[in-house]
Design a protein around this ligand. Structure first.
Ligand code: HAM
Length: 425
């Protein structure tokens, strides 16, 4: 049996890295007063049609749709925003004090052609803030993404921003695009010919047509922003400058999901040889999504970052985030009677907060020392009849090879001192 195409198993090094990233994200989110959410991995298909948009590639070509045994149409979530918005509405969280900041971490599913940095099951860390129209929250969302990458030490990062304005601005822009592209219609790829009527904005980020000569002079969204939209975007830029976040104004950022209004952004890996799937994380404001999904008129803004691409970027910059945790203490029983005592001792040590492993298989001393080295343990305790009778243990420091005689009753205190000190160093 083999794993399905475009998926991968998480174990070993990768598992350690994922756990580490989750810890970093968890601590970071506490700093922003954001609350953790977990929503189902499958939702009603209709949610994504209404949320992400019928004309998007994600919904029209990439969803994993299925019927359950009750004949319901369900879809494996291709992204996290729609599910969080559904939960926000269904649990009437809009009745709480706003803004509400939510974060999530989990697998998403898209039937895309697998390649480096692109999978069919991939992991996202996402953030969504509801309940404020203020530009400071757009900037905060961007800053979280940038700060995460900074904290991890990633250098090659480029922040692209654009504004899609409000509905009025976007309608004017859409009309301008249709007039502009009409004479070039026969030169557009088949997908863009369909996009021309349904969603001409999407022509701007077409991978096939992007290098064609006529694309260079296409109208720019920012020239069609009305006063309110322009003011909002100017404020976002001001906040970003104040937070020392360098950005590039990129009029071709239109995003592959339909729910955006005003600010949109993509944070790109700027690392030689990274490959074409170089958008690490992306997001934007969505002032109409909550209402479109059936809730009250509540604005939102957020982003999601792909963890596979993030790990790839860290690897390419030789940043090792792996913090494998090793057992601190290894306990070796000598004989069957000792083993029962050791199992109880190990249990007590673990409950006292230490990371402990024991020999389960009655190995001889020589192979136990080898195991201890392989596990990179700090202390070894060998427990035989003598130790049990005298209630005095010999503890060996596996690095310095120094030995300590410690009373059984003083063991926790001993390790509190030794390993507590180690943690501080
Ligand atoms: P997205 O741009 O579709 O936005 O995805 C965000 C990130 O998920 C991408 O930048 C990329 O790192 C990762 N990603 C997407 N597809 C794949 C894939 N097939 N394989 C590996 N990684 C992938 C969203 O999903 C929006 N929900 C973001 C958002 C949140 N906007 C507002 N709030």
């Amino acid at each position: 049996m083999q794993k399905p195409k475009g998926t991968y198993d998480i174990f070993g090094d990768k598992a350690d890295k994922m756990i580490y990233l989750r810890k970093v994200v968890n601590a970071l989110m506490d700093k922003y007063n954001a609350k953790y959410f977990e929503t189902p991995i499958f939702e009603s298909s209709d949610l994504f049609h209404r949320g992400v948009g019928e004309t998007t590639d994600i919904v029209s070509k990439e969803t994993y749709d299925f019927k359950d045994r009750g004949d319901r149409n369900l879809t494996l979530r291709p992204e996290g925003t729609a599910g969080i918005v559904r939960s926000f509405i269904e649990n009437k969280l809009y009745a709480d004090s706003m803004p509400l900041k939510a974060w999530y971490f989990g697998p998403m599913f898209r039937y895309e052609r697998p390649q480096a940095g692109r999978f069919r099951q991939f992991y996202q860390f996402g953030f969504e803030a509801f309940g404020t129209y203020d530009a400071s929250m757009d900037a905060e969302a961007i800053s979280i993404l940038v700060n995460l990458l900074r904290m991890l030490g990633l250098k090659g990062v480029k922040v692209n921003i654009n504004s899609l304005g409000d509905s009025e601005s976007r309608k004017r822009y859409r009309d301008a695009l249709i007039s502009y592209f009409r004479p070039y219609l026969h030169e557009l790829c088949d997908d863009c010919k369909a996009r021309f009527e349904k969603n001409p904005l999407r022509i701007l980020d077409c991978k096939i047509d992007c290098d064609k000569e006529f694309m260079k002079n296409a109208p720019k969204m920012t020239d069609y922003l009305n006063d309110d939209s322009r003011r909002h975007f100017d404020e976002v830029k001001e906040y970003l400058k104040a937070m020392d976040i360098d950005y590039v104004l990129n009029p071709n950022i239109v995003r592959g999901l339909d729910y955006y209004t005003h600010t949109v952004f993509e944070v790109e890996a700027d690392i030689p040889g990274f490959g074409s799937q170089n958008v690490l994380g992306a997001g934007g404001r969505y002032n109409n999504l909550v209402e479109n999904i059936g809730g009250p008129s509540v604005p939102g803004v957020g982003f999601a970052i792909g963890l596979e691409r993030l790990l790839l970027a860290l690897e390419m910059e030789n940043i090792d985030i792996c913090n494998t945790s090793y057992p601190e203490i290894y306990v070796v029983p000598m004989g069957i009677d000792a083993k029962v005592k050791v199992a109880s001792l190990v249990n007590t040590l673990r409950l006292s907060g230490f990371n402990v492993e024991m020999d389960y298989d009655n190995r001889n001393l020589k192979s136990n020392f080898k195991v201890a080295d392989r596990l990179k343990v700090k202390y070894i305790i060998i427990v035989g009849d003598e130790e049990i009778n005298s209630r005095i243990l010999t503890i060996k420091d596996n690095n310095s090879k120094e030995e300590y005689k410690v009373k059984l009753d003083d063991l926790i205190e001993f390790f509190d001192k030794k390993l507590g000190d180690d943690d501080e160093n």
